[in-house]
Design a protein around this ligand. Structure first.
Ligand code: NZQ
Ligand code: ZN
Length: 385
C-alpha cells in the first residue's frame, strides 16, 4: 500500500427528509446560483421544494437551467458571467453528474479572471472556488463527493476531465427517493458508470492495498445485487439507497488512495462522447468487457487480478484454471450489463469506425493497469464495433 493523504471534506446528509439542511447555506452568504438540467426537477417537484426552503431562509436565488448531459463549456461560460455580474456567493447544483460538473466549473470559473476552459485543460489553475453544494438526483458519477468535473467542447470534439480539491462539494444531500424518477435507460447507464469507476480503481498493480481491494469488491457486489432491482423496481428505496452510496464510494478516494490508479476505459469512452455525444455509462458498458478481454491476452500478468475479481466478486470456484476464471468473470460482467439492456456493440449506438484513428490517438491510456498504446486502443474500438 502506498502513502496517501486522506481528507474528504464533503458533508453528506443521506436519506429522507434532509432538505431542511439547506438552511446551512446561510453560512456561505446570501446569493445562490441554482443550477439544474432539462426540467426533471420541475416534473418531480424537487425544484419547488428547494426554492421554498431557500426563500424561507432569506436566500436570494439566481438560476441557470438547461444544463445538457455531457455539459458544454458554453453553458459554463454563461454561468460564470451570471456569478460575476450578480455577485453570487455559492453555487447549488440540483441534478445528476452533468449539472454538478457544470456547477463545479462555474464556481471555480467565477474566481478566475480568464476563460474557464483553461481550468479544464489544467486543474492546477483552479486556486479557489465559490462553495459548491449539491442535491443529487441520479446515482452514477460520484461527482457529489469527488474532486473531478468533465466538460465538453463539441465544436472541437473535446471532452476532458479536470481535477482539483477546490471543486469537491462542501455539502451534498443524497435522498434516494429523488432518484425514483430516473428513467430505466439512465438508471442502467448510471449502474455501468459506478461499476466502471470501481473497475478503474480496482484494477491496478499496487500490492498490499487489501482493504481498498475488498472495499471495491463490496461496491461491485452491491451494484450487482441492487442494480437490477432498481432497474426493475424504480421505487425500491433500499436498492436506490445502496446504488446512491455506491456512486459516491466508487470514486471519492476510499478505494483509490494508497494505489497507483490511472484510468483506462474512461479515456476511451470520453472520446466516444466527444465525437458522438453519447450517454457516458452506455459507452462504458460497451467498452468495458472488450478492454478486459484485450488486456488479459496482451499481458498475462493481468490475470491474477482477474482471478481475485472472479473469485471475490463473481464467486467463481477456484477449481477452475486462472485463465478460465478470468474469462468467466468477463462473461459474467457482460451478462450483468445485458441484464440491464445496455448495448454491447458500438454499432448499436450508431458509431462506426470513421473517427477511430483520431479517437485512439487522443485517448490517453499509457499508464494504466495495462498500459495501452494508440494501436491497442484502436484494437479495442474495433473489437467493440
Ligand atoms: O437534465 P434533466 O432534466 O435533469 O434530466 C437528466 C438527464 O437527461 C436525467 N435525470 C437526472 N436525474 C433525474 C433525471 N430524470 C428523471 N429523474 C431524475 N431524478 O438523466 C439524464 C442524464 O443526466 P446526467 O447528469 O447527464 O447523468 P450522469 O449523472 O450520468 O452524468 C454524466 C456526466 O458526468 C460525467 C460524464 O462524462 C457525463 O458528462 N462524469 C463525471 C464524473 C465526475 N465528475 O467525477 C466522472 C464520470 O466518470 C463521468 O465522466
Ligand atoms: Zn464515469
Amino acid at each position: 500500500m502506498n502513502n496517501f493523504y486522506f481528507n474528504i471534506n464533503t458533508k453528506i446528509y443521506f436519506g429522507t427528509d434532509q432538505l431542511t439542511h439547506l438552511n446551512e447555506l446561510k453560512n456561505f452568504g446570501r446569493k445562490v446560483l441554482l443550477v439544474y438540467g432539462g426540467g426533471s426537477i420541475k416534473r418531480n417537484g424537487l425544484y419547488q421544494k428547494v426554492c421554498n426552503i431557500l426563500r424561507n431562509n432569506d436566500l436570494e436565488i439566481d438560476e441557470l437551467s438547461g444544463v445538457a448531459p455531457n455539459p458544454k463549456i458554453d453553458t459554463v461560460r454563461k454561468g460564470v458571467k451570471l456569478c460575476k455580474t450578480n455577485k453570487i456567493d455559492m453555487v447549488l447544483a440540483v441534478g445528476g453528474g452533468s449539472v454538478i460538473d457544470c456547477a463545479k466549473i462555474i464556481a471555480a470559473g467565477s474566481c478566475y479572471a480568464k476563460d474557464p476552459w483553461d481550468l479544464i485543460e489544467n486543474g492546477k489553475k483552479i486556486e479557489s472556488s465559490l462553495p459548491i453544494i449539491t442535491i443529487l438526483t441520479m446515482s452514477a458519477t460520484g461527482s457529489e463527493m469527488d474532486p473531478f468535473a468533465v466538460i465538453s467542447d463539441l465544436s472541437r470534439n473535446l471532452k476532458m476531465a479536470t481535477e482539483s480539491q477546490y471543486i469537491r462539494p462542501k455539502l451534498s444531500i443524497l435522498n434516494p427517493e429523488f432518484t425514483f424518477s430516473v428513467p430505466k435507460k439512465q438508471t442502467a447507464a448510471g449502474i455501468a458508470d459506478i461499476f466502471s469507476h470501481t473497475c478503474e480503481n480496482y484494477f491496478n498493480n499496487v500490492k498490499g492495498a487489501s482493504i481498498q481491494s475488498h472495499f471495491a469488491e463490496g461496491v461491485f457486489r452491491t451494484v450487482i445485487e441492487f442494480g437490477p432491482i432498481a432497474y426493475n423496481e424504480p421505487n425500491d428505496y433500499i436498492a436506490r439507497a445502496n446504488l446512491m452510496w455506491a456512486s459516491s464510494m466508487a470514486i471519492n478516494g476510499i478505494i483509490s488512495l494508497g494505489n497507483e490508479v490511472a484510468w483506462s476505459v474512461h479515456p476511451i469512452e470520453h472520446e466516444l462522447s466527444a465525437f458522438y455525444d453519447i450517454t457516458h455509462g452506455v459507452g462504458l458498458a460497451i467498452l468495458t468487457t472488450y478492454w478486459m478481454e484485450y488486456i488479459i491476452n496482451k499481458d498475462p500478468k493481468t490475470i491474477d487480478k482477474f482471478v481475485q475479481f472472479g473469485k471475490e466478486v463473481w464467486k467463481i470456484s477456484d477449481k477452475n484454471k486462472p485463465l478460465d476464471i478470468a474469462k468467466i468473470s468477463i462473461e459474467k460482467t457482460r451478462a450483468f450489463f445485458d441484464q440491464l439492456n445496455l448495448p454491447n456493440k458500438l454499432s448499436q449506438v450508431n458509431i462506426d469506425n470513421t473517427y477511430f484513428e483520431k479517437m485512439a490517438k487522443k485517448a490517453s491510456c499509457s499508464s494504466g493497469f495495462c498500459p495501452l498504446s494508440k494501436d491497442d486502443v484502436l484494437e479495442i474500438l474495433k473489437m467493440a464495433l
